[in-house]
Design a protein. Structure first.
Length: 243
């Protein structure tokens, strides 16, 4: 177990508790709903609940990776430090999402970024060695897992496409559309996954540029922005800015 995780685990029992109802949610995730009941129960014996406060680092960039995680509640961001020491936000994860699971296959397994909660967050910590053992005795399940990873790689290429769009407004609108449910067209309410300054880093632009673009779109009636939440009257207005 890494020093970072050992330290957090000792903090007056705040972090490690019985997984409880989080296991029922975990069983619905595509990474786990194909497991047999026996395998899932076997895995569950080694899963623990992690509770973190805002800003309490879960793990550090390049530290040894012995676990991956499922978000029960709250939200975290992943970020790296560049050669100048500046933070570069890579992604964020909210309820129902799994992250750091690529460590199942990594050798050596090291976390590629920092993971830090943006608010009070509960996670399930899943040991990679126990999960890998299940894969090794279930080749068919391993194939299913690889297909899911392939699907996620397609999404990553879409993310890269967003980053290479030259016009800033298109980049912002494409990013925001990722969080708008496909089945909703009108009167949509969406929580921004990150603070605006971190979204700016994610989109490789200056915070002032993002603020100006967001303000311009709000003035045009494309959306309203109130306390980190977007209120979108018509999805089509967002989609038109992406053309």
């Amino acid at each position: 177990m890494s020093d970072d995780i050992q330290t957090l685990a000792r903090e007056d029992n705040e972090r490690c508790q019985n997984p409880g109802s989080g296991m029922a949610l975990l069983g619905q995730h595509p990474l786990f709903n194909g497991l047999s009941r026996r395998d899932f129960e076997d895995l569950g014996e080694s899963i623990r609940l992690v509770k973190l406060r805002r800003g309490q680092v879960l793990y550090k960039q390049d530290s040894p990776a012995y676990e991956f995680f499922y978000v029960v509640s709250g939200r975290l961001r992943l970020y790296r430090l560049d050669t100048t020491g500046q933070e570069r936000t890579l992604d964020s994860h909210g309820p129902g999402e799994v992250f750091a699971d690529v460590m199942i296959y990594a050798d050596p397994a090291r976390y590629v970024a920092y993971a830090e909660p943006l608010r009070r967050t509960e996670l399930l910590a899943i040991p990679t060695d126990r999960f890998r053992a299940i894969l090794e005795r279930n080749p068919a399940y391993s194939q299913l897992l690889l297909r899911q990873y392939a699907s996620r790689m397609v999404q990553r290429f879409r993310d890269l496409e967003v980053m290479t769009v030259r016009r800033g407004v298109q980049r912002v609108m494409r990013y925001l559309l990722e969080f708008v449910p496909d089945n909703q067209r009108y009167n949509i309410e969406v929580e921004l996954p990150l603070p605006q300054n971190q979204i700016a880093t994610r989109l490789a632009m200056q915070p002032e540029t993002l603020s100006r673009l967001m303000r311009d779109m709000a003035e045009e009636g494309v959306f309203e922005l109130r306390r980190g939440r977007l209120f979108i009257p018509d999805r089509q207005a967002l989609e038109e800015r992406c053309l």
